[in-house]
Write a protein that binds this ligand. Structure first.
Ligand code: DON
Length: 584
């Protein structure tokens, strides 16, 4: 950030990159030629009719809200706005917004749901034991900080795919706000300085983080000239520039001799359109993230098991000790299944249908008992022992006036990722490799538990908890929701959804209410947030039941939009500095 521009000599890569760009140009010219050939007159499709009286966003900062507003004013749709938001956050929220990470986008467009997986992938040279020393012990921090923590980034390819497929505006237009913030600067707020200071301690002496980001101080206008250049190249040459052009050369050069990501890994990276998960619940269709996220399966399991346990929940006060106890037992089962059956769907045939099957979930719900002593009965995956056949994150929600929606969660994994900045590129790279099981049977801090399904393998996508979700009612968007928070993502979304629909709370109350988290491991532990600690009588009651209470160091940051009438209602989590904005 405002550091002298580094000249990045990249001779070994330049000729390949040039060849790629030339090839692309030739293909483009051929295609362009076909556009000028007179074509038979086609019936003109009428422009889509607005079904809402405004568009809306719920985003983690005000700059990205402004970017979205410009895009809507220029006639863009929800995907255009989402892509502009994603690139803007890469500039203004560099702890989590990114071009050096990856994520998931759930889209509802012209009446149909889609899911785009642009999750990072392990580089080809990655091996199962790459984080272990000679004695088989985990090398502390190696999967979290520095070059070897970096997986092949997917964000730019994801944004390119989504915008090319569904966007209305020109690619350059949607990058313009981000380029402006990188060039002209943005004002750092105290929360960003705090996140910077915490991360800088971790990275000190280990990465080049401070050379770029030491000026993230509250009140300072920060310009990022190298990032501006990178974004401008991507704007001019398209998403492939990141994977094949000068930016790819800069990444490969940064990795060379230290990390495993090569230019070949970048060239091979592809985002994948997958079938979104869909389940009926409470009169809604829940459209959510399939594997390699565990979040969608877990969310559906929680919602359905809670509905199956209606009698047990009847009359229980929200977030009372007996309520938390029942939810914790549901969560034990969700996280047991997560550990045992969910991994990269390109490596394993994940039994998605079985895990979300009504009869299966009713049987699992039947195991939940109000008077069970926590941890008394060991909980395992519910489908038996058979292995499947081989075969600081941020979220934003967008709805446009045509009734389209985007729910997008993307991440660097940890705050500021690996702390490695691409010299000459001006952006941080992720530490998504830590979402793999770095040592079988050792739980990762962000994942829940550990299993062979999620060990490091070349090209594999690490298991994720990101759960960008859209609820439909009569095939119209009714709720767009998501949050950061690692394995707390699905349990947070579940709680806000049940607050809204089971307890009929207003969006503000649903977001403000206390949230807690429990997962199978560590056993008998209920986590609480800094925003709303569990203390006093409730704490005593939970302890008396046999639970240990533990504070988390961070809050979630749910961004959601409810659509019930003609005007969408966006709400940003009061835990963060997000903005809900309606744009008539
Ligand atoms: O993909 C995942 O589940 C994690 N990398 C997400 C990390 C995260 O949400 C951190 N944010 N607080």
């Amino acid at each position: 950030m405002s550091v002298p521009s580094h000249d990045a000599p990249c001779a070994p890569f330049a000729s390949l990159s040039f060849a790629r760009i030339v090839t692309a140009t030739v293909v483009f010219a051929a295609l362009a030629g076909s556009f000028v050939t007179p074509a038979p007159a086609l019936a003109k499709t009428p422009p889509p009719k607005a079904v809402l009286d405004a568009s809306a966003v719920a985003v983690p900062d005000r700059y990205s809200a402004d970017a979205a507003q410009q895009i809507f004013a220029a006639g863009g749709n929800a995907v255009d706005a989402a892509v502009a938001i994603a690139f803007t956050l890469a500039v203004t929220c560099p702890d989590a917004g990114n071009i050096g990470g990856g994520g998931f986008m759930t889209v509802f467009m012209d009446g149909k749901p889609y899911f785009l997986d642009y999750r990072e992938r392990a580089p080809q040279q990655a091996t199962r034991d790459m984080y272990l020393d000679d004695k088989g012990n985990l090398v502390p921090g190696m999967s979290l900080v520095g070059h070897r923590a970096v997986a092949v980034p997917g964000t730019v390819e994801g944004m390119w795919e989504a915008q090319q497929r569904f966007g209305k505006l020109k690619w350059k237009q949607v990058l313009a706000p981000a380029i402006r913030y990188a060039t002209d600067g943005f004002k750092v707020e105290p929360w960003l300085q705090q996140r910077h200071d915490a991360a800088a301690k971790n990275f000190a002496g280990k990465t080049n983080f401070d050379a770029y980001f030491s000026n993230l101080k509250a009140g300072v206008m920060v310009r990022q000239p190298e990032l501006a250049q990178t974004l401008s190249r991507i704007a001019s040459d398209g998403g492939p520039e990141f994977y094949e052009g000068r930016t790819a050369d800069l990444i490969a050069q940064q990795m060379y001799g230290h990390g495993l990501v090569t230019k070949q890994d970048l060239i091979q990276y592809k985002a994948v359109w997958r079938q979104p998960l869909a389940a009926d619940w409470n009169g809604y269709k829940v459209v959510t993230a399939p594997p390699p996220s565990s979040g969608g399966i877990g969310l559906i399991q929680m919602l359905k098991m809670k509905a199956d346990l209606k009698q047990a929940f009847d009359g229980l006060e929200l977030n009372s000790a007996p309520y938390i106890h029942l939810i914790a037992q549901i969560e034990d089962r969700v996280f047991a299944d997560r550990q045992q059956y969910i991994g990269d769907p390109d490596s394993y045939k994940v039994p998605v249908d079985k895990l979300t099957d009504d009869a299966y979930l009713a049987q699992r719900a039947d195991e939940v008992k109000p008077d069970e002593v926590p941890g008394a009965t060991p909980v395992k995956g519910g489908l038996g022992d058979a292995l499947p056949e081989k075969a600081q994150t941020t979220h934003f929600s967008v709805v446009d006036k045509w009734g389209n929606a985007v729910s997008n969660t993307y991440t660097l994994n940890g705050s500021f990722g690996s702390g490695v900045v691409v010299d000459g590129g001006g952006f941080v790279l992720n530490d998504a490799m830590d979402d793999f099981v770095t040592k079988p049977s050792v739980a990762s801090p962000s994942g829940a538990t550990a299993d062979d399904l999620n060990t490091v393998a070349p090209g594999r996508r690490p298991l994720s908890s990101m759960t960008p979700t859209i609820l439909l009612k009569d095939n119209k968007v009714s709720l767009v929701i998501g949050t950061p928070g690692g394995s707390r993502i699905l349990t947070s979304i579940f709680q806000v959804m049940t607050n809204l629909y089971d307890f009929n709370m207003s969006p503000t109350d649903a977001l403000t209410a206390m949230r807690f988290h429990h997962q199978l491991l560590p056993p008998k532990t209920i986590y609480f947030e800094p925003y709303h600690p569990i203390t006093g009588e409730l704490a005593d009651q939970l302890k008396a039941k046999g639970y240990t209470l533990e504070g988390q160091s961070f809050n979630g940051d749910v961004q959601m939009i409810r659509v019930e009438g003609a005007t969408p209602e966006p709400s940003a989590d009061p835990r963060g500095v997000g903005v809900g904005r309606v744009m008539p």
